[in-house]
Structures are given as structure tokens and as C-alpha cells.
Design a protein around this ligand. Sequence first.
Ligand code: PMP
Length: 441
Amino acid sequence: TENKYLEFQNEKESNAKSYPRHFPLAIEKAEGMMITDVEGNVFYDCLCGAGTLAIGHNHPVVIQAIEDVLKQQTPLHTLDLATPLKIEFMQEIFSILPKELRDSTKIQFCGPTGADGVEAAIKLVKNATKGKSILAFQGGYHGSTQATMSMSGNLSKKQHLQSLLPDVHFLPFPYEYRCPFGIGEGKTAKISAQYIENLLDDCESGIASPCGMIFETVQGEGGAIPADIEWLKEMRRVTAERGIPLIIDEVQTGIGRTGEMFSFEHAGIVPDVIVCSKAIGGGLPMSIIIYKEELDQWNPGAHIGTFRGNQLGMATGLATLKYMKENDVLENVNVRSKQVFERLNELQEKYEEIGDVRGRGLMIGVEIVNPKGRKDRLGHYPQYEELALKIQERCFHNGLIIEVGGRYSAVMRFLPPLTMTENETAEVLTIFEKSVVEAIQ
Ligand code: PMP
């Protein structure tokens, strides 16, 4: 599909461009789960702005919210000055927090991207604890800036960068399918916690005074890898016992993606710092961190930045949160999740190339493996990047936009809108199976 837009983009946009490598289309319009390109081709969108569009493209309540802001002559840009809209948005955010956090936390608006939120979170805990080292996890992803990349445990993205943050200590994430401890199946929690406690007790390791621990409860870019619930509880226990602030990066998992408003709620734990971006802005750029009041030890005005008052983003974020509450979107996430898992589990039985099916809520991954390769210690075939890319290419051809991710680029990642219907789900999975069959032929 050559067209003038793609020709121009291919010629003039930097090699750093990401998604256009796999999805050669120029988008004309979008609604709900559907995207139409300039040539009139229609696609199911299982990428949804990398998880940003919780209630799909151009939802009427989001469009209405933008129109209202414009009609009311609300300024588009206010730095971080108060507006009635900003205060209503903040109140709405407090209302979706678990009870234990509602009265004991503060909100801080950060720059527009998820990385801005993570950067602010790290500065916050460094300032409050005076510690300097950071505990992060293999396979984690926290952004593309120097500091957030330093904490992302994926070598391929940072191979040629020489001066990343020092003092980041990577710990093994409970990737059960290819378990770093060689056991898997939910048994890693205690061993993993013991391992981390030993490291912290051992001053020789140099991580005696960390400023914080950061992780995603379901690694997104790392390949839709859900951390075992027991593991999450253990990490909360270890950090609480040692006074290490726990930062949960909810940039991708937050705002209903996993079937709870915040993903840590599945484990019944509360972190010290929550990083939100993507869906919190209802489709427009926004990041915020929410944290325990005692961490708010900033000097007045200590963390600044021009773009922290995106009024349109607050309006669309507010409209999205209200819509989700009023229409019980979380219930839909859980019902659709079950539908997706049932079908994917059937496909896993049918095709050897589907090694693992995993995730939480509507953050689901399918790890593609090579049945001709050598099995690992746990009896699993190796990751198969070439085939994953071929399945992705066939999906695109058949009208489905789906991302490939994971540390070894072999995981098909389902990130549909949380409002996806039963029929849409069935259709997406039919296209997916057809594409798998075509790719393995
Ligand atoms: N944290 C997580 C968990 C993410 O998934 C992402 C983006 N994929 C980020 C941080 C960074 O967000 P941004 O790309 O907006 O900087």
C-alpha cells in the first residue's frame, strides 16, 4: 500500500519512528475500536494508542468534553494554576483511589508523558529518603528518557547509550513461563523476596540504602507478564519492613486496564507512589503521580515544568473516568477478558507455536515459540520473533492492528479498548486465528 503520506513519512521522518515500521497506514478517522485509513481500509485497533484510549477512539463523551471546554472559553494552557475543571478532575481522581489512600495522599501534575511521571516519582523518593540507588526489574519499561531508560530492564533499547543513571539495581521479575529461578507456576514469591532481602542485607552489594523500588504489576512492553499476586504482596512486605518507598508504575496498567481501577488492587496492597499517564488523560497527554503525604517533602516549587495544566486533557480525563464509573466498564473488562482467554487457551491447545497465554484484564499477551527449537529447563520452546512479526503482518493484512512486544519481541500484545463488545472480541480473535494459520503455513 504505497501512498503519498507514507512515501513522505518514509523519506522524511527519522529512523527512530516506531509503530510505522509495522503498520504502514495513514489514518483518516477512527471511532470506538475501528480505524479507517486514507484508502478506506478498516482495522480493529488492539493497540489503542499503546493503551491510552480506555474507552476507544473519539468516544462521544470525550468529544463533548472537548467541545464544552472550547465553548466555555476555558484557557487551554494554565501552567499549574487552579481552574474549576482542574479541581473537579483532582476530586474525581481521589474518588477512584482505594479508601486507604483517599485521605492520605497528594496529587502532583507532571509533564505530559509517562516518562515525566516516572522521573518525578524518582526525584520525589530521592528527595524524601536521601537514598540514591533504585531497585528495578528485568524486563520492566518506564520510558524513553535517560533516567527512565536507565531503569528499564531491556537491553535492546539502550545498547548504544553510554551514560545512563548509575545505581540502578535490576532484580528478577517473576516471569513464570521462563522463570529466573527455574520453578514457575506461582511459586516464586517467597524465593524472590528472600533473594531481594539477602541482597539488601549484604552491604557488599552496594544497595544498602535504596531510595525506592519500582515495577509494573503487569509488565507491558516487557511482554504482558503479570506478576504473581503473592509476589506483589511479598514486595510490599519487604519494602514496608525496610522503609523503602514502593513506586508502582501504573502508566499502562492503570485506569481499569487490568480489571481493577489500579492494578495493585488485585493484591490488596497499597503502594507509596502511583505513576499514572496514558488513559488518565482520556487520550490527551497527561501524567500525574499520587503519593503518601509524608513523601511530600519538596521545597515549594521544587519540581516544575511548563506543560502540567492541559485543560483539554483534564476534561477528557474527567469525562473518561466518569463514563467508566457510570457504565461499569470494569465489569466489561472482566467479562471480555474471560472471553479472550477462553478463546486464546483453545488456540494454545491447537497450535504448538502458541507457547504462553497470559495477562490480566485486557492486557493480554501471547508468546510465540518455535517448536523446532530446543526446549528450555522448564520444557518450553524458545521465543520466535520472526513468526510473531509474520503473524502481526498477517493480522494487519486481515484488518487487525496488534503490537508485538516483549524482551525478545515474540509476544503478541492485546490492548483493546476497555469498552470492546462481545462481537468485536469474537471478530478480533477470528482474525487472529486466521492470521496465525496463514503465518505458520
Ligand atoms: N511506564 C510504562 C509502564 C509504560 O508502558 C510506558 C509507555 N509504554 C511508560 C512508562 C512511558 O510512557 P511515555 O511513552 O508516555 O513516556
